[in-house]
Design a protein around this ligand. Structure first.
Ligand code: GDP
Ligand code: MG
Length: 178
């Protein structure tokens, strides 16, 4: 039996400023950069990942919207070929959570349904006792959109960041590998 390697394109989606680029940067570089816009020039990044019980390495090609969040017409090409989507909102800004409905609609209007994960970022900015978006609302939304999991992250501390890509990759492996 030969060892086959898997390759997946992933898109990170969500409102401008929720921390998409910073999350990605933390995942790849393991540190917080307070202004990633200038650091990240190109549109996608490659990461090799090992998943338990899967012999081969998985290659992730992770696409970030960079400066194009505002241009709907560019995003159609961006989604093409994606095998997984991370939908990101900012736990400190409720409207970014509410806008996910239209992000999901936009993705579903462009490509077939693929594994998705829901991410609430900027955990370090909220007081757990005075949450603007109750955790139950996040979990309910996760069920509604059939996301494989809901992760709360901080791109500042790195908390939970690996789990986004790890869980999404496991889900893509389930769906796309025999
Ligand atoms: P994008 O537009 O979704 O790519 O968002 P950016 O990654 O550019 O982040 C927007 C701003 O939020 C930047 O100033 C980041 O430094 C900041 N930021 C991103 N993630 C976090 C986080 O988890 N915690 C805190 N405190 N700030 C963050
Ligand atoms: Mg960005």
């Amino acid at each position: 039996m030969g060892i086959k390697s898997a390759f997946y394109k992933i898109c990170i989606v969500g409102d401008f400023g929720v921390g998409k680029s910073t999350l990605l940067h933390h995942y790849l570089e393991r540190r917080f950069i307070s202004n990633v816009q200038s650091t990240i020039g190109s549109n996608f990044f490659v990461k090799h990942l090992k998943i338990p019980n899967v012999k081969s390495m998985v290659t992730l090609q992770i696409w970030d919207l960079a400066g194009q969040d505002h241009f709907k017409w560019v995003r159609r090409a961006f989604y093409k070929g994606a095998k997984g989507i991370a939908f990101v909102f900012d736990l400190s800004r409720k409207e970014t959570f509410e806008h996910l409905v239209s992000w999901i609609e936009e993705v579903e209007n462009t490509i077939n349904i693929v594994p998705r994960i829901l991410v609430g970022n900027k955990l370090d900015l909220i007081n757990p006792n005075e949450r603007i978006i109750p955790e139950q609302d996040c979990l309910t939304f996760k069920q509604k959109i059939k996301a494989c999991s809901y992760e709360e992250t901080s791109a500042k501390s790195g908390n939970g960041v690996d789990k986004i890509f790890y869980n999404l990759t496991r889900e893509m492996n389930k769906k796309f590998r025999r």
